[in-house]
Design a protein around this ligand. Sequence first.
Ligand code: SF4
Length: 498
Amino acid sequence: MTSENKPDNKDLPEGSAVSVVAGVAIAKAEEKAAIEAAAKAAKIEAAKIPKTEPTPIHGNGTAETHPLTWRLKHHQQVLSIDTYESLEGYEGLKKALKMTPAEVQGIVKDAVLRGRGGAGFPAGIKWSLIPMNKEGSPDVGPKYLVCNADEMEPGTFKDRLLMEKLPHQLVEAMILVSYAIGAQTGYIFLRGEYVLAAKNLNSAIYQAKAKGYLGENILDSGHNFDLHVHTGAGRYICGEETALINSLEGRRANPRTKPPFPQISGAWGKPTIVNNVETLCNVPAIIVRGATWFKGLSNGRSGDAGTKIYGASGKVKFPGLWELPIGTSAREILALAGGMQDGLELKCWLPGGASTDFLMPEHLDLAMDFDTIGKAGSRMGTGLLMVVDQTQNIVSAVRNLEEFFARESCGWCTPCRDGLPWAVKLLKGLEQGEGKAEDIDVLLQLTRFLGPGKTFCAHAPGAMEPLQSALKFFRSEFEAGVRATKVDAINHISVIQA
Ligand code: SF4
């Protein structure tokens, strides 16, 4: 209670009933004023938070322009097989079953469909590594098709949308690809937290079986295929295809030695193809409309073919996902997200997940495709931008990412198992202003010791990408975290005195 509003009860006897009543009344008035002030402050804060608008995932497209999401223009989600069939559903599969497996592979190879999980390896070439017989059909014997639906890359949520809202699209794609590679069994290796996706996919599989799209002798083609949803237990490393296969087999999720590659010896030692959700979902439309149409979708913006589900997260006005021609610039994607929140400026951005190098505002006009972003010193990765604004300390941002990577290391090889926690320790020191001058050199060394070719898989090199680029662009922020030692202080004073 302040002296201004203290009750003037000097004439009242101390502790009298009247003074107590007056004190209670004033206390209540103050409490009411405090509540009103707090409500007013909360209202002002709430006004600063941008309104969430429905995410325009499907744009204004059609089947010709937005092959992945056009059906969502007509329905918020397409869960029933009848609805899906009324919107060209299972047309790609029916057409493919009238071709030979080699012809289906040939169309996808001609379309130059590059993997949308981040690596960008052409799907048709991957499939062609499956052993074939002299007649151009996949060799007889067990083979597996696995969909990598683990989607644990921070800032990435595109596959979730495709599986929750359009489960039949993925089911159709997997049946079609199983025919092209001669697989009899398929697994959707799904991130465990994606409970709704699991429910919708299982329902779609059940409906597809009832209609004869799954099981034995699919649509009288002689092809047999069973499909299962396998939920993961929550490890980032399961996004690496051989670690995923180990996990699927019930083993510890460590990456395997390559070669042999999974196309020759994958799940249970048999030829196996692992493709990402978005990659697979492109296949039915490619078969329906052809390779030339698919290559034209980028509208000359890129040497890559097709569309891409891009997205933006961080302090933008409207985080979301948009299916756009591949090669759309980051500036256009950011504009669809409404730009930065009011009062904030873009400091830097990650183009496609946590394991990519930071790019700067001057890179915003580059085409978001595999080669262009690669030449700029980063990777397109999953194509979902994460923005960093000028109020964020880059050392803290990188420490946060490296903590994630250190926690998710499978521990198989020493540089990654020991190097990542070491980087976190040094970053924490710099973040708290307790770093040593040599820490920055040690961090730079770690980016080399954990770089490509030094570890068993790409986890550690990926973890080094945000760190090495932050050191390149924002070295002064790291230097600001170096604690001034006595020797530094004396040297500093002697320099000033000289
Ligand atoms: S680099 Fe890391 S995640 Fe990959 S095998 Fe080595 S310890 Fe495991």
